[in-house]
Design a protein around this ligand. Structure first.
Ligand SMILES: [Ca+2]
Ligand SMILES: [Ca+2]
Length: 666
């Protein structure tokens, strides 16, 4: 407090001195500069000195520029040519005055130009921070100067990553922005800046969870559930005292030692209740940004719980009826589902190869407009049904680092991979977090828990598909699969043996074994209605180096092609982008350490625009060495595309921006 008062007093003295006369004031200004050398609070009164400024805008006090004063006289004149000539004279005179002022204030400039009635002093080199503060202070103290502000790059409004306030969100690494510590993360914060899953018009997207039912009373599913169905026919499996009905609540699916004596459970082993359907429903559509439990992939989707699985699993006939009912198709003895699903999540393991009954059911559901998302299976080997059926979106499970999870089955029919969790010494960092119940048998407390399995990789894709449908409800199941595959990030190179017959444990994913790549929610949402701008890491980011900006992997939706590229600089010391209208552009960086931001805009043949931006730090520090996503040029080249995987809202999607309750900077 004492310091603040002291500074104010000094300011009063300086301002008073400036009122005396211009000559005396100039001495006073220099004196004040010395006095105020430590007055940082005052020095940064206006302007954003943390951004680099290539110049300074200054306003001269009235009377300094005679021509300007004349020009300001709004006497009636219809002669616009004369008025313009007068303005030009004023601007020229202002330039001369501004150069004098800069010299007297001790600020080195390249040139002075006019900006409206103000003057722009082009700095000899871009300034930021303390150096910028000092230059501004010198000018501000000059008696002829009314005001000063830095000529910074003004960012246009853009979508900022959305960070929900759910208490366990920080633990949900699988939803976060991918970076070198979690290369397989799904990139939801950027996707949520485009859509949180509520359609701009029409009913919510319906995602059916054909599974073990749900805990209807879990607080993090409040308002998220549609009236579903219990389609378990056999009492022993159902464990709810009755057969098929309208109650999809999960009473628990534990298998006790006494259960094993019943013929229906032959081949089963004892187990605690799984709360499998509750966990998956939470992954897809838990109440999000409600300051409680977990975040769901879609904040706006509704879950249709279809109960087909009880003790020891599901009867095939119940499972297939569940898929049909979910899609709105007739099922004997059951009322029609009034809320047909656009996405059906089927997290069931394979017991055999795809059969005609299974394929026909999937075909019927697909024809009805529902995307059937299935788990690759937990056998660790070749795919079995439903993952080997046609027209499904089969999802393999990867670990946090992008390697195939040991248990995940794999093969050519896998569409893509998504985090499904893996055990480690810090399980909360490597398993999947969602909602569950603490009961080992019947339900006890509704809680949050940790799981692993391809069962929990599939819902990641189901949730992303529902986000895409919230942006573009016209997408067919086939288009959803195609675009999610195009949007997938490449399997990184982890230096492990490639997955194959000789390595079915943790192994290096390839497009032959783990699908097109790693599921990326943000790119998928971008591709739901337009092209995706995709920037690759290339070249070095040492100061003074030649930077290569590579947008060649930018992709259009399958019916279109990318027709143009545009690179722009958003922040940092001004640089020239060579070939800024090409997929491959270059930038010669200055020799000083600095942070830059660039944007790539791509336009497709339908006129849709997709954009992404990234930061790059030109530093002599050997930062993040060895930690890469999708490779990179060298030890210093890995900064972008990793921690700064900052995709921004494409123009074509701007209208779909929904609620953004909590917003954090990139
Ligand atoms: Ca029942
Ligand atoms: Ca929540």
């Amino acid at each position: 407090m004492v310091h603040v008062l002291h500074n104010v007093l000094q300011n009063v003295m300086c301002v008073a001195a400036q009122g005396i006369s211009r000559v005396i004031a100039r001495f006073a200004a220099v004196a004040c500069l010395g006095v105020l050398g430590s007055a940082a609070a005052w020095a940064q009164t206006s302007g954003d000195v943390e951004k680099a400024a290539s110049g300074l805008l200054i306003g001269l006090k009235p009377g300094v520029n005679k021509e300007l004063a004349d020009n300001a006289d709004r006497s009636p004149t219809r002669d616009r040519v004369r008025a313009q000539a007068r303005w030009s004279r004023a601007a020229h005179a202002g330039q001369t005055e501004a150069i004098r002022v800069a010299r007297e204030a001790g600020v080195s400039i390249r040139r002075s130009t006019a900006s409206g009635d103000a003057q722009v002093l082009g700095l000899e080199r871009p300034l930021k921070g303390q150096a910028l503060s000092d230059a501004m202070r010198r000018l501000r103290l000059h008696p002829d100067v009314a005001w000063v502000e830095p000529d910074v790059l003004v960012p246009r409004l853009q979508a900022l990553p959305v960070v929900p306030n759910d208490t366990k969100f920080v633990q949900q690494w699988h939803l976060q922005t991918p970076d070198p510590t979690r290369p397989a993360a799904l990139n939801l914060p950027a996707a949520w800046a485009r859509t949180t899953g509520t359609p701009i018009a029409g009913a919510p997207v319906v995602v059916a969870v054909v599974d073990s039912g749900v805990r209807l009373d879990h607080p993090d599913l409040a308002g998220k559930l549609l009236p579903g169905r219990d389609l378990i026919s056999e009492l022993d499996i159902a464990n709810d005292g009755n057969g098929r009905d309208d109650d999809p609540s999960d009473p628990g699916d534990w298998v006790s030692a006494s259960d094993l004596h019943k013929p229906v459970f032959a081949g089963c082993s004892t187990s605690d209740s799984s709360w499998h359907g509750t966990f998956i429903s939470g992954q897809i559509a838990a109440a999000t940004d409600n300051a409680s439990a977990v975040a769901g992939l879609s904040w706006g989707a509704q879950v249709l719980p279809v109960r087909v699985s009880g003790k020891c699993g599901a009867r095939l006939s119940d499972l297939l009826d569940g898929v049909r009912w979910a899609a709105g198709l007739p099922v004997e003895g059951q009322p029609l589902n009034p809320h047909p699903a656009r996405v059906i999540n089927l997290s069931f393991g394979g017991d055999a190869l795809c059969s005609p009954a299974y394929q026909e059911t999937i075909d019927a559901a697909t024809a009805a407009g529902a995307l059937v998302v299935v788990a690759a299976g937990n056998g660790g080997g070749a795919l079995k049904r439903p993952a080997d059926c046609q027209r499904v979106l089969a999802v393999a499970s990867v670990q946090r680092d992008g390697s195939k999870a040991s248990y995940s089955s794999f093969g050519a029919n896998v569409a893509l991979s998504a985090p499904g969790g893996s055990w480690s010494s810090t399980p909360q960092d490597t398993l999947i977090t969602s909602i569950t119940n603490s009961g080992l048998n019947g339900p006890v407390d509704n809680t949050v828990g940790l799981k692993q399995g391809t069962s929990f990789a599939a819902p990641q894709a189901a949730g992303v598909a529902s986000l895409m449908l919230s942006v573009n409800p016209a997408l067919t199941p086939e288009q959803l699969i195609e675009r999610m595959k195009v949007a997938a990030r490449p399997h990184g190179n982890l230096g492990l043996p490639a997955c194959g017959p000789t390595s079915s444990q943790v192994c290096q994913c390839t497009t032959d074994t783990c699908g097109a790549g790693l599921l990326d929610a943000d790119r998928a949402v971008q591709l739901a209605s337009g092209p995706a701008a995709i920037i690759d890491a290339l070249g070095s980011v040492l100061p003074g180096s030649l930077l290569t900006l590579d947008g060649r992997r930018s992709a259009a939706a399958p019916s279109a092609v990318v027709v143009s590229y545009r690179w722009t600089q958003l922040a940092g010391p001004p640089v020239v982008i060579t070939a800024d209208d090409q997929a491959l552009a270059t930038v010669q960086l200055p020799t000083e350490e600095a942070e830059y931001r660039f944007r790539l805009s791509v336009t497709d043949s339908d006129g849709q625009v997709g954009e992404s931006e990234f930061r790059v730090l030109a530093s002599r520090q050997n930062v993040l060495a060895g930690a890469a996503i999708g490779g990179g040029g060298g030890a210093n080249s890995l900064l972008w595309g990793a921690a700064f995987w900052a995709w921004v809202l494409g123009l074509g999607l701007a209208q779909y921006r929904q609620r953004r309750p909590t917003v954090g900077a990139a």
